[in-house]
Design a protein around this ligand. Structure first.
Ligand SMILES: [Mn+2]
Length: 310
């Protein structure tokens, strides 16, 4: 196994007592990890967003996430040990993002630690998936919270392809659940592809947005009862612009912050969850920092539920 987990940039820490930032440790090698630890990795990638015709900005997501997250009160962490593995910088070659995601996720999971990956284009979630395949010796289940199917049929960098790549790699369709899908922004041919593969695709309906929380809970319970570990991937564009404007594909109608936090608690309390990612955070499109703060709240809610469940 590699011990090359110290990736690069880590932004400045808070020094104010009681803030999360003072509780974070820099991760140098995977030998430092113990079961139950949590590891943050940033992927400063927007190549796939740009290639897909989206608005750039996601390369700055990890830095803005850290700033917002480290300002929060540390109580949500409880006894959990939280490590920072740093960022893969924006000028890295495309494959370096997938490789770093895969290597870090695999190393963490092998040691019983939980990786939390912040991006960056959603295409990089494919690297998290590969890391879980490596560590588990089989494909994980995947629960995606996203406005989009992301089943664009290409293996080139594209923020619209992570679930296509996972399915083509061998992820059984029955192990993929997508919630928060917006009907009018997805191509019928992508929907037909996903359905033909057997993926469970939950499209939003007006007035029934909270159903997504129940869908998440049912899917997670199902996978847990099968003994499967789960990759949870949030595309922040699943959330309404009122709560998450700082994304490439701004969403006027989607999940609320409240529903997202309820999902984060459900995921956090479930030991089957092996990896959490939060993707598509684009700070240049987020002038008042709302989306970064919301992403930080999602992780705080997740961690709080996790430490309470222990
Ligand atoms: Mn997506």
């Amino acid at each position: 196994m590699h011990s090359a987990l110290a990736i690069g940039d880590r932004c400045g820490r808070e020094t104010e007592p009681g803030k999360l930032g003072v509780c974070i440790r820099d991760l140098e090698t995977e030998e430092e990890l113990q079961p139950g630890d949590v590891v943050l990795l940033g992927l400063c990638n927007e190549q796939g967003v740009v290639a897909n015709g989206g608005r750039p900005g996601a390369a700055q997501g990890p830095k803005a996430f850290r700033k917002a997250f480290f300002r929060l009160d540390a109580a949500c962490l409880g006894p959990l040990r939280f490590w920072d593995a740093g960022d893969v910088p924006a000028d890295a070659p495309y494959q370096a993002f997938l490789d770093a995601a895969s290597t870090t996720v695999s190393a963490c999971v092998r040691r019983g630690a939980l990786p939390i990956v912040v991006g960056g284009g959603h295409d990089c979630s494919y690297g998290n998936y590969l890391g879980l395949c490596d560590a588990l010796g089989e494909a994980p289940a995947v629960i995606a919270v996203d406005a989009h199917l992301d089943m664009r049929p290409t293996h080139e960098p594209s923020s619209g392809n992570p679930f296509f790549r996972m399915l083509e790699h061998g992820l059984p369709g029955g192990q993929l659940v997508e919630v928060g899908l917006v009907p009018w922004v997805n191509a019928q041919r992508h929907r037909q592809y996903g359905e033909a593969r057997g993926a469970q695709l939950h499209f939003l309906e007006p007035g029934l947005a909270w159903a997504s929380v129940d869908q998440v809970e049912q899917a997670l319970g199902h996978f847990q009862s099968q003994g499967r570990r789960v990759l949870v991937t949030f595309d922040l564009d699943a959330f309404e612009a009122a709560h998450a404007p700082g994304v490439s594909a701004v969403n006027p109608w989607g999940l609320t912050a409240d529903a997202g936090l309820a999902m984060a608690q459900i995921f956090g309390a479930c030991p089957a969850v092996a990896c959490l990612d939060l993707m598509e955070l684009a700070p240049p499109l987020d002038p008042d920092g709302r989306t970064s703060r919301f992403a930080a709240f999602l992780v705080a809610a997740f961690l709080e539920a996790r430490q309470r469940a222990k």
